[in-house]
Structures are given as C-alpha cells and as structure tokens.
Design a protein around this ligand. Structure first.
Ligand SMILES: Cc1cc2nc3c(=O)[nH]c(=O)nc-3n(C[C@H](O)[C@H](O)[C@H](O)COP(=O)(O)OP(=O)(O)OC[C@H]3O[C@@H](n4cnc5c(N)ncnc54)[C@H](O)[C@@H]3O)c2cc1C
Ligand code: SF4
Length: 473
C-alpha cells in the first residue's frame, strides 16, 4: 500500500460525464476518460485489505486490484499493466462498460465510497497504449494445432487471444460484417465507441489471430467441414433469443425487439449498409420501452438521441430501495435503485406496471393498455398480481421490447452440431466446457445465458484452458 492514510486523505472522485444538453445530440461516448493525476489520488484510497474482497469475491476475472493500485500510486505503469493483463484480456472493454461488481465488494465501501476501481483499470490500459508500453505480443512459436472459434463477441475473443498467446493457431468465424459481437452491435456507441473494438481486433490480427467475417456457421460452412479442418472447436455464439410479450395486438406494426433497434443504430453509426428497408427511428414519436433493465436503458438513450417526442420505460418489478437492502448485504451485488446516465438525460420510468394489450390504427400501434401490479408471496417465490382499478393507457407510436433473453434460441449451428441443451435452453457442457460432442467446446452467454462482458471474458479464459488440456492430452 503506497499511502497508508490515502483512504482518509482523498475522497472518491469520478471523471464525470459530458453535459446532458451536449451529449444528447450525438452518439459519442458520454463518460470522460480518467486523467493521470486523478488516478494517482484514487489509487491512494486503496487500503490493501488483508482479504481483498474486490479481487477474491467481487471481480469475475479476479483482477489483482490492490497490487495494481499500489504500482499505480508509485507511478509504476508497466508493472500495473502487466498485473492487470495477467487476469483480464480486454481491460479497455471492462474499464468502460463493466458494472464494477468489484466496487460493491470493496471494504472501503462498508462505511464510505468504494475505490474507483473501474476507472483505475481503464487508466492503466489506456496509458499502456498511449505510453507505448502495450504492444502486440505474438507467440514465439506455434504448435501444430488449429482451433476454430465461432463467434467474435467478448467470449470468443478471449478464447482466441488466450489460445493464440499459448501458441495455438486460431481462426475466428463470425456471421457479422465486423467482429465484436454485442460489444459492437448491441452496446451503444455512447457507452463505448467502436474504435476501442477495432483497435483490439487489429492488435489480435497482428498477433496472429485470423478473422473470417460474414460467415454463418451451420449455413455457409458446416460442422463437418470445421471438424475436418480443426483440432478443436469453440462455440461462442451468444444468447440473443428475446423474451416476447404475448398480449392482444402484439402483431401491430411499430413493435420491435430491443436488439433489432440497437443493432440497426450501431450499424448506422458504423457506416454499415442496413439490410432492412424497415428502419426503426424514434424521431417525433411517443416511445415506450417495455423492460426497465440495462438493455431498456440503452434503448431509452438511443430514442432520446433520435429525437423522440417522449420516452416511457415500463418495469414490472417494484422500485428498488435507494440504499443497499438487507437482502443483499456487503459484499454482495446490492439490490438498489440504479440510475444510468441515460435516465438522467430524460424519459420517465414507471415501476410495477405491466402491458396488457396494444391498440392500433390502420395496423400500426398507437396505445398500450397498462395495469399496475403488486408483488405477492406465493408458493416457491413471488408473483405479480394486477391491482384492481389501476388500469391506464399510454400513447405509443413505437414500442421496444427489452424484457431479457432466453438463451441461444434456434441458432443454425445447434442443430448442425447436434448439441445437447441444458434445462434452461443453453448449450450443455461438462466442467471443462466441452459440449456433448468430443472436441467441441462452448463459452460465454451461449453456455450461461445473457450475462456480462466480464463474465464472458472469464468464461473464454477458462474454456481456453480446457481446450489446451484437451489438445495436450
Ligand atoms: C443491449 C445490450 C447491452 C449490454 N450492455 C452491457 C454492459 O454495459 N456491460 C456488460 O458487462 N454487459 C453488457 N451486456 C451483456 C454483454 O454484451 C454480453 O453478456 C456479452 O457480449 C456476451 O458475450 P458472448 O461473446 O458470449 O456473445 P455475443 O457478444 O453475443 O457474441 C456472439 C457472436 O456470435 C456470432 N454468431 C452467432 N451465431 C453464429 C453463427 N451461426 N455463425 C457465426 N457467428 C455466429 C454473433 O454474430 C456474435 O458476434 C449487454 C447486452 C445487451 C444485449
Ligand atoms: S473487470 Fe469489472 S469487476 Fe473486475 S476489476 Fe474491472 S470493473 Fe471491477
């Protein structure tokens, strides 16, 4: 610990966000990047606790947080970077978009503000690029083994990066025009600009990873072809089947799934050709986003930038408490009201409300009939019950369904590989990540269901270890 009284000497500060009136007019990143002197003081707040819960419990990739804080405080950027990269392949992604479960488990957070770990992580990697101390590091030599990774989201990229650095020849196939998965096509630019993804892909290419773009495995190339040409295969195709809302009027025009809306906008910002003639734009419209989670918040921010007349977000769950509740004591991830930067930009969120039916004119949605709900304890959990007489209508010319995801769905390659699924519809795997087919592994959301970027990276790292063991046997 560089400064034993740092946690008393300095307050937690954050680099902050661009002013609302300015950021709402574009899709550029909303958060400022951490400056060097800021990081010095923030790293000094780390207490180097006997049991660092941030590392051992909070961070899914187990970043060695107290150590990199100490190196940073002493100005030793190279050492801080090395220790960070020993656990996290892509800190430039997590440093920007991780919800920072580590900070919820920070010991300082028990009675004061936690250490600004996510910002420190971002500073280490960005200064690494800036100062030229982070460069491409191809393996010294390659084994005569080839691995195909299907899916270039964070899980597939972590598998590919880990295996390539260990000396295996890796080809990554993705059906999209550009690699990145949801990093590129799901997460809006205002949370992470895509040059961050491009820079990493370029680096991985320099290090020897081959990317095959625009190839649908299971349709353009088959499982049989891959098995013949590669010694092991890793599937990392995500979990994008959206939860639907079965309600009268659901088939009206103007009701879309969140990812269709977000992918289209990310392609528009990225200058990609849009394949659908049915563009989803919110300009001048009354927009209702059904689903109060992070995907819903991304849709809210996108609709505001499109120039929506107004945006309402409906959430079936009750409003969480403003402070950590007793049900989620430290160091657990707290059940607490979270206001994203998009919520601060505009719109309104209605809690404990559900949509009963859609009404339209000439086949296009115009209104949603809603009702308030109360959560009642029932056998095996709790369930929403409509509150009598609480019905109301909301105007809606554009409805976005952001109610979560239900596994990988009917991805063409599941049938093509003849994979077993688990009870939740995700691809089944043993403890080494191997599916029901010998030599075929699965990583990320495809195995766990929709989760977090940091968990996908962690899964990719673990599965790469399983593949190395398999290929070395
Ligand atoms: C809107 C949205 C916002 C999010 N925001 C955050 C956030 O802020 N922070 C956070 O931590 N997490 C966030 N998440 C979750 C996070 O993005 C995912 O958990 C993560 O991307 C999963 O990584 P993955 O590699 O398993 O899958 P994906 O990122 O989904 O990548 C799967 C890849 O497989 C490819 N693929 C699929 N089928 C085939 C096929 N048959 N042939 C070839 N290629 C195929 C796809 O094109 C895709 O590129 C968000 C998710 C969504 C939907
Ligand atoms: S990856 Fe996420 S949880 Fe881990 S140290 Fe970084 S911000 Fe914290």
């Amino acid at each position: 610990m560089g400064n034993p009284t740092g946690f008393m000497d300095y307050e937690r500060k954050e680099p902050g966000y661009r002013p609302k009136h300015e950021r709402i007019k574009d899709f550029r990143a909303v958060e400022y990047e951490p400056a060097e002197d800021y990081i010095h003081d923030q790293a000094a707040r780390c207490m180097d606790c006997g049991t660092p819960f941030c590392h051992a419990y909070g961070c899914p990739v187990a970043n060695i947080i107290p150590e990199f804080n100490d190196f940073l405080y002493r100005g030793l950027w190279q050492q801080a970077l090395e220790i960070l990269l020993s656990t996290n392949n892509f800190p430039e992604f997590t440093g920007r978009i991780c919800p920072a479960t580590c900070e919820a488990a920070c010991v300082a957070g028990i009675n004061t503000a936690p250490v600004a770990i996510r910002q420190i992580e971002l500073a280490i990697i960005e200064k690494g690029f800036e100062k030229g101390i982070f460069n491409s590091a191809p393996p010294i030599e390659y084994f005569d083994k080839r691995v195909a990774v299907i899916g270039a989201g964070p899980a597939g990229l972590a598998v590919a990066d880990t295996l390539n650095k260990a000396g295996f020849r890796v080809t990554v196939f993705d059906e999209a025009e550009q690699p990145g998965g949801l990093l590129r096509y799901g997460i809006p630019n205002f949370k992470m600009e895509k040059w961050v993804v491009d820079r990493r892909i370029k680096l991985m290419e320099q290090e020897g990873v081959v990317f095959e773009r625009g190839i649908i495995v299971g349709a353009d190339i088959s499982a049989r072809y891959l098995k013949r040409h590669f010694d092991a295969i890793c599937l990392a195709c995500g979990a994008r089947k959206p939860r639907d809302l079965s309600a009268p009027g659901r088939d009206l025009a103007g009701i879309h799934f969140a990812l269709d809306y977000l992918i289209q906008q990310n392609k528009r910002v990225g200058g990609e050709q849009l394949t659908s003639s049915d563009e989803i734009l919110a300009y001048g419209k009354s927009v209702v986003v059904i689903g109060g989670g992070d995907t819903g918040s991304d849709c809210l921010g996108t609709a505001l930038r499109h120039g929506a007349k107004n945006v309402v977000q409906l959430e079936i769950l009750s409003k969480p408490p403003p402070e950590r509740s007793e049900k989620t004591p430290w160091p657990m991830w707290p059940l607490v009201l979270r206001e994203t930067h998009a919520h601060k930009e505009g719109g309104e969120i209605k809690w404990a409300v559900t949509a009963k039916a859609f009404e339209g004119e000439k086949g296009v949605v115009k209104k949603i009939h809603c009702v308030e709900v109360e959560w009642q304890t029932k056998e095996g959990g709790s369930a929403p019950v409509a509150v009598e007489g609480s019905d109301f209508d909301i105007e809606a010319d554009l409805v976005i369904l952001a109610m979560g995801f239900m596994g990988p769905g009917n991805n063409s390659l599941i049938e093509n590989f003849d994979l077993h699924l688990d009870d939740r519809g995700n691809v089944w795997a043993d403890q080494n990540g191997m599916t029901s087919i010998n030599g075929v592994f699965v990583a990320g959301d495809m195995a766990t269901g929709q989760s977090l970027v940091v968990k996908a990276i962690n899964s990719g790292r673990e599965i790469a270890t399983g593949i190395i063991e398999y290929l070395s046997a």
